[in-house]
Ligand binder design. Structure first.
Ligand SMILES: [Zn+2]
Ligand SMILES: [Zn+2]
Length: 170
């Protein structure tokens, strides 16, 4: 068996199919003014949503905050989230990022070839497909099924809150 590191290192960029959701680093907002500089009556309670105050999509921000709380309370596995704490996006929008290919757990990972799986996300149909570019087989195993399941749930969550399906606009 090959035990040396191969080209499919998690820190290397992986080619995603054209339909894959793009991802990028979210901008971090400026810190709030120190509480001591504001009138006491106007000092807000330290609500948990402060962490995502600069996330434009407030429904996403609320879901991010709720899942953070559930995760910190050990009620939600980080792998069951439909929002991504790292990229601050819906899961299906950043699952193509190299950080979502985890060799240790087998998430978005081909055990056979030891490479990250490519992701094809179709928000219109709600389909999510994981495919290995090397052996051409679909992703298998519980971790990869979990990735597909959470991405489908993420697409469904976006639809549930009524966000328009941009790809249909012409
Ligand atoms: Zn992410
Ligand atoms: Zn493979």
């Amino acid at each position: 068996m090959i035990t040396t590191p191969r080209s499919g290192h998690p820190n290397q960029p992986y080619g995603a199919t054209p339909r894959s959701a793009s991802y990028g680093r979210a901008r971090r907002g400026a810190e709030l003014a120190p509480a001591s500089s504001r009138p006491a009556a106007l000092i807000p309670l330290p609500v948990f949503t402060d962490r995502y105050r600069d996330v434009t999509d407030r429904r996403l921000a609320a879901r991010l905050a709720a899942e953070d709380l559930a995760e910190e309370a050990e009620e939600l596995s980080p792998h069951e989230r439909v929002t991504c704490r790292l990229h601050r996006r819906w899961m299906h929008q950043c699952v193509a990022s190299p950080q979502h290919a985890i060799a240790v757990t087998g998430h978005r990972w081909c055990r056979r070839c030891e490479v990250a799986l490519n992701v094809a996300v179709d928000e219109l149909t709600g389909t999510v497909a994981l495919t290995c570019a090397r052996c051409r087989l679909p992703g298998s195993g519980p971790a990869n099924r979990q990735v597909v399941r959470t991405c489908r749930a993420s697409i469904a969550a976006v639809r549930a809150v009524g966000e328009p399906v941009r790809a249909l606009a012409s």
